[in-house]
Design a protein around this ligand. Structure first.
Ligand code: TXA
Ligand code: MG
Length: 326
């Protein structure tokens, strides 16, 4: 079986109704979707991705009325965020109802929910009477896919269908905000919707980004989003170079990743953005990380983005990509 890439909504629907998997486009990254209320279907996601069962999934909905069946209660501030940003790149964690299988939430009492902003996926969701559980459509720990080809390259032998929605325009995963504790909403993952954006709608928001490898805590592992090539801080290169003045040795399989144009080192440069534009940088990030592997790079020296706004989300992904594999 080799995955078909196409735009046939009816075909997606029939695969999903028979407990199968379909890759779906969203504005952030491609997701690997199954019927989110069907335990057997959801189990296939974990198998295809080789994802550990302790890592819970996001349920994707197409309309607000679908929340009724999956959460017990929606705090006012969560409603404000939904009305302001959905459909869009923000996931909201709420207390789950009994109809959500434990496999989706890794046994936790909360469930993560998002209404994605992509026309063809919204069309598919409108045809279904269940939410779609969908993690990013990549093998666990690898870089998230932002095009149908990325999905095909890694999961083409494991899934029957990839719904083609072109390239994802945002390019990094949604911001996650949790209302597990209603009075102190917490950002669990950074994205293009920033803390400032959220505070302007609901007032005080805390940030609690897990930087750990604790498998019992839902959230984020310190090593993630990693290409196979080795990623180092650009400072290491500058340090090594100045130690041996005038004798710069670059391996042909090494490169530099600059967030934007950089004047000092121009050996084999890649740029996240040539216009100092953080939105453009985010949208290019994952396809450039994949390119390093496609081009068989062995080592890449990475310059961080500025530590502000969307730059924080980009740096979060870069830091995890650079962390050593355990
Ligand atoms: O942009 C996105 O969010 C993409 C697209 C496909 O929607 N999806 C995505 O899914 O990034 P995934 O599975 O790669 O990341 C989901 C994150 C994980 O870090 C998981 O631990 C967290 O959401 N998560 C899911 N349910 C949670 C919960 N109940 N409490 C806390 N974190 C949760
Ligand atoms: Mg992921």
């Amino acid at each position: 079986m080799l995955a078909e890439i196409g735009q046939n909504i009816e075909k997606c629907k029939s695969i999903l109704l028979s407990e199968g998997l379909v890759a779906i486009p969203t504005e952030t990254v491609y997701g690997l979707a199954a019927n989110g209320l069907n335990q057997t279907a959801v189990a296939k996601i974990f198998e295809a991705k080789n994802r550990p069962f302790f890592d819970p999934l996001i349920l994707h909905i197409g309309k607000l009325s679908q929340l009724d069946g999956i959460v017990t209660y929606i705090p006012e501030n969560a409603k404000k965020i939904m009305h302001h940003f959905w459909p869009g790149p923000i996931t909201i964690v709420l207390n789950k109802s009994n109809s959500v299988p434990d496999i989706v939430t890794a046994g936790h009492s909360t469930v993560a929910i998002r209404m994605p902003n992509h026309p063809i996926t919204l069309k598919l969701l409108a045809e279904l009477d269940f939410p779609l559980a969908a993690p990013s459509a990549n093998p666990f720990g690898y870089v998230s896919p932002t095009s149908p080809q990325h999905v095909f390259d890694q999961l083409g032998l494991k899934i029957p269908y990839i719904l083609n929605g072109g390239n994802c325009n945002i390019g990094i995963e949604s911001t996650i905000i949790s209302f597990e504790n209603e009075t102190t909403p917490k950002i669990l993952r950074l994205g293009v919707i920033t803390k400032q954006d959220l505070q302007s709608i609901i007032g005080n928001v805390e940030v609690e980004i897990n930087q750990n490898s604790n498998p019992t805590a839902p959230g984020q592992l310190d090593q993630h989003y990693s290409p196979f090539c080795k990623l180092n801080a650009i400072e290491d290169l500058i340090f090594e170079s100045s130690a041996v003045p005038n004798v710069l040795f670059f391996s042909p399989q090494s490169a530099e990743l600059f967030w934007s144009t950089h004047k000092q080192i121009q050996h084999h440069p890649f740029y996240l953005s040539k216009n100092h534009d953080l939105i453009e940088a985010a949208s290019n990030l994952f396809s450039i990380l994949r390119d390093f592997d496609v081009q068989h790079m062995s080592e890449v020296y990475v310059e961080m983005a500025p530590n502000e706004g969307i730059g924080l989300a980009i740096n979060d992904r870069l830091t995890r990509a650079m962390a050593k594999r355990h």
